[in-house]
Unconditional design. Sequence first.
Length: 80
Amino acid sequence: MKPLFVIIGIIAIAGLVALLVWYFEGKSLSEKTFVCGSCGKKFSPKWWKAGFSAHMGENTVLQCPHCGKRGFCPLSYEEK
Ligand SMILES: [Zn+2]
């Protein structure tokens, strides 16, 4: 096998894994409710926006759909 095909194969597998992580991470985040750090409103992120967002503990970097600010949003434990 040529090294080029091995590299393409690795990139393809890595891309597939990244897509799966993006989808499942985003899906689990989109089912949760977050509180905007700027305006205090609650929202649930869309999975394709949440999948690759950075998070520290229960704070996730998300863009608020109400005020448009991007920042750390803590998880809300209240029901939707
Ligand atoms: Zn906001």
